[in-house]
Design a binder for this molecule. Structure first.
Ligand code: ATP
Length: 359
């Protein structure tokens, strides 16, 4: 199936500065696609090019099979929800939601029905007559969402839709946004700089850095199979150890460094390649005894942070590297690890992430 949004080698320059750099991306119909990246990496510029608010310096954008070059924002099957919501303060909630409908010449029963549907969708029935200043932050956000969806765009672009909400409300609203998106099946592209938010709402995530797309995938694939040190470090916590590939077959990779490693084959590696081993903290086990064989190493516990359900551990390997371990405290134990204790850190081959050394 052809992708719903097809971005091909798009570049946007502002004078000498390249905000988006030969970026290509396909987005499937019905996806909740999160564009994730640090400040200034070009997320908003890409979103604005999709909306037609910014013209690409080069490259093309197709939406639903149509080339958008030269197509005016109002003529695109797209709507844009701004970060500050931009509600009209003098208009009621219903009038705010109906603004685009009225401009499109929709009136009478059709208009009223659509407003009622939208108020129901965002759970604000009975709020139609209020003014924006009589609403909470979360309710304003829902009015903005209803207004953006009222004309049934095929693609909704949301720039940091939850940034104005406090932490608790943000978590509740994340789920609501996902539910509404799933109910409607509209394709959403959400810009965020918040990794956790992208992981919890995105069906697909594209990570951007310095105008380029670094990696795209489901939240789980990005976390479990990052393709670079940047990606491994960007999403979640990780420890790195250097190693050199010893053998590489279609079923198994072995490498040697501080210890011997065995891993499942992932990227194309050959004997002699310098690699970085990435380990997620929750994939490392600690036990008492001696290290024996591959994927086991002696470490000295340097820090223990007990948080009730989990304990954060920092431990030093025999070459002085600090590694992070997350222990889940499923059982109450009388015999917990202590500072300065020497223990065995071990991990399974499927949890060894192999990355190119300079990535
Ligand atoms: P943030 O999360 O901080 O909003 P972002 O990833 O959305 O960041 P953009 O707003 O896309 O970043 O900006 C990318 C880069 O392009 C920034 O360095 C910004 O200063 C620059 N930029 C954006 N718009 C313009 C403009 N109109 N003129 C010049 N430079 C611009």
């Amino acid at each position: 199936m052809a992708p719903f949004v097809k971005i091909s080698e798009i570049t946007k320059r502002f004078g000498d500065f390249i905000a988006v750099d030969t970026l290509s991306l396909d987005i499937e119909k019905g996806a909740l696609f999160c564009l994730l990246g640090g400040s200034g990496c070009g997320k908003t510029t890409l979103l604005r090019m999709l909306a037609g608010l910014e013209t690409p310096t080069s490259g093309t954008i197709e939406i639903d099979g149509h080339d958008m070059s030269g197509v005016h924002p109002a003529d695109r099957p797209v709507n844009y929800m701004f970060q500050n919501y931009a509600l009209f303060p003098h208009m009621s909630v219903a009038k705010n939601i109906g603004y685009g409908l009225a401009r499109a010449g929709i009136s009478g029963a059709d208009y009223d029905d659509r407003i009622a549907q939208m108020l129901k969708l965002v759970r604000l029935e009975g709020f139609g007559h209020r003014k924006p200043d009589q609403l909470s932050g979360g309710q304003k956000q829902r009015v903005a969402l209803a207004r953006a969806l009222a004309r049934r765009p095929k693609l909704l672009l949301l720039d940091e839709p939850l940034a104005a909400l406090d932490k608790k409300l943000r978590e509740d609203t994340q789920f609501e946004l996902v539910n509404i998106q799933e109910d409607l099946g509209t394709t959403f592209v959400v810009v965020t700089h918040d990794q956790e938010e992208a992981m919890s709402i995105g069906s697909q995530i594209g990570v951007m850095d310095a105008g380029k797309l670094v990696q795209t995938g489901t939240p789980q694939s990005l976390y479990d199979a990052p393709k670079s040190k940047f990606m491994a470090d960007f999403l979640g916590s990780v420890s790195f150890l250097p190693a050199t590939i010893k053998t590489a077959s279609s079923s198994k990779i072995t490498a040697t460094g501080l210890i011997d490693f065995t891993a499942l084959p992932a990227q194309d590696f050959a004997k002699g390649d310098k690699v970085t081993i990435a380990l997620r903290p929750e994939k490392i086990n600690l036990s008492r005894g001696d290290a024996k064989g591959a994927n086991q190493m002696m470490v000295t516990i340097e820090e223990l942070g007990y948080l009730g359900s989990v304990t954060h551990v920092r431990a030093r390997t025999t070459d002085g590297t600090m590694i992070k371990i997350l222990l889940s405290n499923r059982r109450r134990t009388q015999d917990a690890f202590t500072w300065d204790e020497q223990v065995v850190a071990s991990f399974d081959p499927q949890d060894v992430i192999l990355l190119p050394e300079d990535s």
